[in-house]
Structures are given as structure tokens and as C-alpha cells.
Design a protein around this ligand. Sequence first.
Ligand code: AMP
Ligand code: GLY
Length: 420
Amino acid sequence: MVNILVIGSGGREHALSWKLSQSSKIETVFTAPGNGGTENNVPINVDDLDGLADFAQKNNCFTVVGPEDPLAAGIVDKFNQRNLKVFGPSKLAAQLESSKIWAKDFMKRNNIPSAEFEIFDDAKKAQDYVKSLDYNVVVKADGLAAGKGVIVCNSDDEAISAIQTILVKKTFGDAGNRIIIEERIDGIEASYIALSDGETAIPMATSQDHKRIFDNDKGPNTGGMGAYSPTPIIDDVLAKKIQEKIIDKTIQSMKNEGIIFKGFLYAGIMLRNNEPYVLEYNVRMGDPECQPITMRMDFDLYDYFVASVDGTLSSMPQTTWKNQSAVCVVLASDGYPESYAKNEEISGFDSVPNYAYIFHAGTQKVDGKILSNGGRVLGVTALGDSLESAIKNAYLASEKITWPHKYCRKDIGQKGLDYL
Ligand code: AMP
Ligand code: GLY
């Protein structure tokens, strides 16, 4: 039997480890470096590509890469060179996420719907461009900035100050050497994630994230404060449109350009007048979306990872999903996404009802105690027979968990209810 090595330490990786450990084909699931909730943690960091490859080789592991950084650094290419089985996109394919400029140019030349844009490395030219437009813009750093290098602007003044922040003050470092200024599209946002082998892309269940820190989508962007699945915002007709116009088109266009995309392809979608536009690509599962999505899976995820690596997804049976809703409420450290306290003891795990599962993110286990260790600490994920009941269940379970500086949004899923 084979072992699994899941790389990463967030809620997404806990959810993937949890799901994969249910496969009868798997002996042990290791997580590197993991967190206070994952089992069989291996103390190797996600940027130690050789260390991870050595571990996978020694322990006969099939490796699953959670976060974007090691993908952008070429972990899949390295594992492939060493003949190690690994699920995820190559470094070239990961450019869809690691360079927003590369992704925008790719979408433009392949007619994939996305906002109008221009690229700048000169602040004066960028400002003149903003002033010449009669619509609001979004200013984005080209490179990876942990989800924070995007500034949505409400006026020319805000755009000019965003240009200063990214291009002149270099708040996001070299990720901001070049910027994109794009048209702000106002509409409804949802996440569409598919799993591909470079030829076929099979959709995962739909979901919606809540990126802002405060209720009613107020305050700065975060990595995601909660998610639910499925979302009524993407009905079957729209799902088909997104699948054909965006996902399949992306996979085929990549192939035409000589890049085989294997792994999760995540399109951050904005719907304007029911037409989907790509705001961004991610080349991995979303977090927190991964938590409600994996909870609804009624199939062996490992089989699909193997089929992605082997290029045999077209012969796999259809995926089946629990006919229930799942809601994940992220419990964060008060102060996130700025500064926050760490090392606070978390209690209440024993009183969580069995319709919920607590995925760990920023936690560590010390002397048998669970301590907070990051901004997003836990993802309380619950099933329910309707979106309404799943929301209720997730919040009932969340109340059982306590620590001094716990913070969560109180309106996760509400956007879905409002839409129904
Ligand atoms: P990104 O990391 O590119 O997805 O951007 C982060 C967030 O900024 C998105 O989830 C949206 O909420 C917002 N955003 C990005 N691009 C646009 C756009 N063109 N129009 C409106 N909002 C956007
Ligand atoms: N939840 C959004 C992301 O994973 O980037």
C-alpha cells in the first residue's frame, strides 16, 4: 500500500489529509509541516523541496501539494525528475497564479473573459492611465503576495495611492515590481474549482468564499473567513458556461501553448449580468473552500489524484457529492489580517457535535494542549440538510470552541441565503 505526503499547514491541508486518510488504498497520511490537528506531522518546511523529495522517496509516498509557493518554486518538476508521484501543476503551469501578468496576457490571447487591463512599471504612466479612464480600477501586484497584493479602488485618488503602495513603496516587495491596473467589475463573486489531467477537467462542487475580514464584506481582504458549498449563485446552466468558456478553454489553451496543466484549477469568478469573468486563477484548492468541498465528497479523492497524474481522468466515473450543504466558519485571532496574539490555549474540542468537524489551520500541539499559532486558526465545518441548517450547525459548533482572542464573522453563508 502507498503512503501520502500532504504538503502545507493550513485548513486546506488538514481537510485533504482527513479525506485521503479515509481511502482504503492508503496506509499512512503524513503532513509536512502540518499543524496541531494533522496527524503524522513531518518537520520539513514547504520550501525545502529536496528534503520533501527525500522523505517522499524513503517512505513510498504519493505527494499532494497544498499551497501555491512550492508549486511556483517548481516542486512538481523536481519530484518528476526523481520519478516520484506528485499531484499538482508544474512550474510553468503554476504561472497562471504566480504571475498575474502572465495570466492576464494568457487570457487575452485566448479570449477567456476577464477585465480590461494595462501593465505598468512606471508610477507616473500608471497614474496618467488611471486619470484617463472613466471607470474604477483594481491595482494588483504581479507576483505572489499571500492574497494581499490586490487593492480594489473607489476613486482615482485611491488608485493613485495604491500605485504608490505597490510600485513605489514596494509594500509587497519584488512582487510589486510591475503592476496590473484593471477595470473593476462589480457583481457577485464565486469560486469554481476543477481537477485536471491536462486534457480533461472535472468540476468540484461549487462554493463561495468570504474574503473580507468583517461582516457584510467590510474591511480588508484576508485569505478567506469562511465558505460554503454548494452555492446557489452558480446554477447548472451557469456551471456549464463556466466549465466550457473558462475551465476547458484554459486547459486546452495551455495545452496548445505546450503546457500540460495537472492539478486543481481554481477560477475566481465575478458574475456581471450573469456573465462570468475570471478575476484570478489559483493553481490549487482554495482555502477555506477546500473544507466544505471535501466534506461533501462521496468518492475516493486519491483515485482522482492518481488519474490526474496518469492522465486518465476521462475514464473515471462521475464524482458523487453528498446532497447536503456544508459551511465552514473560520475562527481567527482577533486583529488578523494585521497583528494578533499567539500561543493562546484553545478549549472546547470535546463538546463539538458530530455533524461538525474542526479543521485546524494556525494551531500547534504543545504538551497535549492546542495553542493558537496563526491568523486563521480553525475552520469549523458542518453539514446540514439545507444551507440554512448547515449555517446553524456550523455556528452552534463554533460556540463550543473558545480562547481569549477568538474572532469570527457572523454572516458566513448569508449571501447564499439572500440569493435563494
Ligand atoms: P485576486 O487575488 O486577484 O482574486 O483579488 C482579490 C479580490 O479582489 C477578489 O476576490 C475580488 O474580491 C477583488 N477583485 C480582484 N479583481 C477585481 C476586479 N477586476 N473587479 C472587482 N473586484 C476585483
Ligand atoms: N479562498 C481563496 C484562496 O484560497 O485563494
